[in-house]
Structures are given as structure tokens and as C-alpha cells.
Design a protein around this ligand. Structure first.
Ligand code: XMP
Length: 326
């Protein structure tokens, strides 16, 4: 029988064994997985860990502040934030293929981390310990879906499993590799992380980059960020955060439809609401959100986000759909 505290103890022991006296850098993405992975590694090796948070410009509204404030307050780890939005947007320019986006984002992530490690190494000076390890919050479902598990087909290359460059210069530490999401949350609580972090809904590493169907641009990100913030606000206000697993908001950036607002004809973009219920993201059902909540979200998005003139609802289960659109 695996209790949560025995999972923590076993994992901490395994991390100590793997890392020894050497140093690690932690790939914080802003999600619960990387936060719990970081907290576990911090418990195991303390100051040998430095967390690096890459702001890839594909984050939702307020997320950077949440990581820099809440996570640091809860753990006390050393956090370095790197502003890489321009770099990611530059690499993503003109790219529309979902797998291509994932590979680019994953590759740039690793490159930015490598640079961060070199910078930290330089800071430590000649006598400093080399940084050998990269911590990632890879979960069991990610491992299986990327074909790394029991021979499953490669459905999508998750950025924290597939898409790693061949010249990767870190050894990976993946303390959540055997766990499902609910176990990760229990481990987070066991480690004393606040509810706001532990019960944060999952958000993919590639961020809003895979929720813009079409090319990712700064303007489109701004549009999606505004629509997403409204949907999250209304779901939270309705007390539905614990009832849904997550609710991606997807911008169909290459689709336009005619609408009318005030006296004028509009020719804007649709967004898709994708509320799902799930235990572990391996399968999911679309959530039957109350109509009045859907109405508030729709009215607010179409009123407040100029580029969006239609709000649609995805009523597909997984399978056959995946949770994300890309
Ligand atoms: P799908 O779309 O495969 O998503 O049904 C399953 C769960 O995984 C999240 N997801 C990701 N998480 N890196 C991540 O860390 C990724 O590349 C990625 N792609 C999808 C998704 O939000 C859902 O919770």
C-alpha cells in the first residue's frame, strides 16, 4: 500500500541518490506538475536546486506573478525568471503545424534552460559545482502518451518528454514519472504547498501556443489571453473550479465569421470553450456547464474582446477528441 508520505519519502530518497552532491536546475512551467516536482527536489537537495521560470510569452493572464509570488513564498527556493517571449515568438513565426509548434517550444525551452545553467555556472565561478540535472514535472500519462511507457503509440509529443534536442546536456530528474495527477496533488499538499498551487487546473507546457489554431502572434495571444481570463473569472465566480478538470479556451485564429454588433457588421474570430471533467486526463468527458454560466462567459467575451464575435462549446469526449485542440 503506497501512502502519500511513503511516496514522498521514497521519491526524496531516490532524488538524493540520483543527484548526490551535485546541482540541479528546475524547469518551472507555472503548472502544478512542475511546482510539485520542484518542491520534492527542494526537499531532497535544498540549495543545490535553482528554479528557473521561463516566461515564454505563452502564459495566461497573471500566471507569471503567481509563480514569482506564491511559489516562492511557499517553498523559499531560489527562483530566476527569464524573459524569453520575443525569442519564442520569433521561432514560432509562420508556424501552424501543431507538432511543429510543440517541438519548437520544447526545443527553445531546453535551450533557454541551458543558457540559464551556463549563466548560473558562470556566477558560481570556477570553483562552483557544475549543474548537471534538469528537473521536469513529467507525469505517467505524459510518458504513456509519448510512447515512453508500455508501448503506446505516440499520440502527441508532449513538450516535456518528446521534442528534446539530441545535444541535451542535462540528465533528467523526473520525480513524478510514476504518478497520476491526483497523486501529484496529494504529494503537493503533503509538502505544504498552498491550495492555490495544488488545485490549480492543469495547463500545458506549450501554453497558449497550442490554443491558437494557426500562427501564434502577439496580437492573437493578447486576444486569447483576454478571452481566457474572462472564462476563468466566471467559472471561479460560479464556484465550478473543483467540478471541472480544466477548461481550455481555444482561438480559431484562421477562421472568421460574420456578426453584428450595435449598428455594425463584424468579421471576427470564434473562440471555443472546452470544459472537461476527468480523473487523470487519459480520458475525459465534456462538462455540462450551467447555461447561465455559459451565457455570462459568452456575453462578456463578445462584449469585452473586440476580435472575438462568436463563442462556441466543444461537446466532444476524449476519446475521440483530446483535451487540447493541438
Ligand atoms: P490532451 O490534449 O493530450 O491533454 O488530451 C491531456 C492533458 O495534458 C495537458 N497537456 C500537456 N501538458 N505539456 C504538458 O505539460 C504538453 O505538451 C501538454 N499537452 C497537453 C493538457 O492540458 C491536458 O491536461
Amino acid at each position: 500500500q503506497w501512502t502519500t508520505s511513503s511516496i514522498v519519502d521514497d521519491t526524496v530518497a531516490a532524488i538524493r541518490e540520483q543527484v548526490g552532491e551535485r546541482r540541479a536546475i528546475c524547469a518551472l512551467s507555472g503548472g502544478v506538475d512542475s511546482a510539485v516536482a520542484a518542491a520534492l527536489v527542494h526537499r531532497a537537495i535544498g540549495d543545490q536546486l535553482t528554479c528557473v521560470f521561463v516566461d515564454h510569452g505563452l502564459l495566461r493572464a497573471g500566471e507569471r506573478a503567481q509563480v514569482e509570488r506564491d511559489f516562492v513564498a511557499a517553498t523559499g527556493v531560489r527562483l530566476v525568471t527569464i524573459d524569453a517571449a520575443d525569442r519564442f515568438l520569433g521561432e514560432l513565426a509562420g508556424v501552424t503545424d501543431p507538432e511543429q509548434k510543440r517541438k519548437i517550444i520544447g526545443r527553445e525551452f531546453i535551450r533557454v534552460f541551458e543558457q540559464a545553467a551556463r549563466d548560473l555556472q558562470a556566477e558560481a565561478g570556477e570553483s562552483g559545482e557544475h549543474i548537471d540535472f534538469l528537473v521536469q514535472g513529467t507525469l505517467y500519462p505524459d510518458v504513456v502518451e509519448s510512447g515512453g511507457g508500455s508501448g503506446a503509440a505516440n499520440i502527441k509529443s508532449h513538450h516535456n518528454v518528446g521534442g528534446l534536442p539530441d545535444d541535451l546536456q542535462f540528465e533528467l530528474v523526473e520525480p513524478l514519472r510514476a504518478l497520476f495527477k491526483d497523486e501529484v496533488r496529494r504529494v503537493g499538499l503533503e509538502l505544504g504547498l498552498p491550495e492555490t498551487i495544488v488545485h490549480r487546473q492543469p495547463f500545458p507546457g506549450p501554453g497558449l501556443g497550442i490554443r491558437i489554431i494557426g500562427e501564434v502572434t502577439a496580437d492573437r495571444l493578447e486576444t486569447l489571453r483576454a478571452a481566457d481570463a474572462i472564462a476563468r473569472e466566471e467559472l471561479t465566480a460560479a464556484g465550478l473550479d473543483r467540478d471541472i478538470w480544466q477548461c481550455p479556451v481555444v482561438l480559431l485564429a484562421d477562421v472568421r465569421s460574420v456578426g453584428v454588433q450595435g449598428d455594425g457588421r463584424t468579421y471576427g474570430h470564434p473562440v471555443v470553450l472546452r470544459p472537461v471533467s476527468s480523473e487523470d486526463a487519459m480520458t475525459a468527458d465534456w462538462t455540462r456547464l450551467p447555461y447561465d454560466v455559459l451565457e455570462r462567459i459568452s456575453t462578456r467575451i463578445t462584449n469585452e474582446v473586440a476580435e472575438v464575435n462568436r463563442v462556441t462549446l466543444d461537446v466532444t469526449s476524449k476519446p475521440p477528441g483530446t483535451i487540447e485542440w493541438e
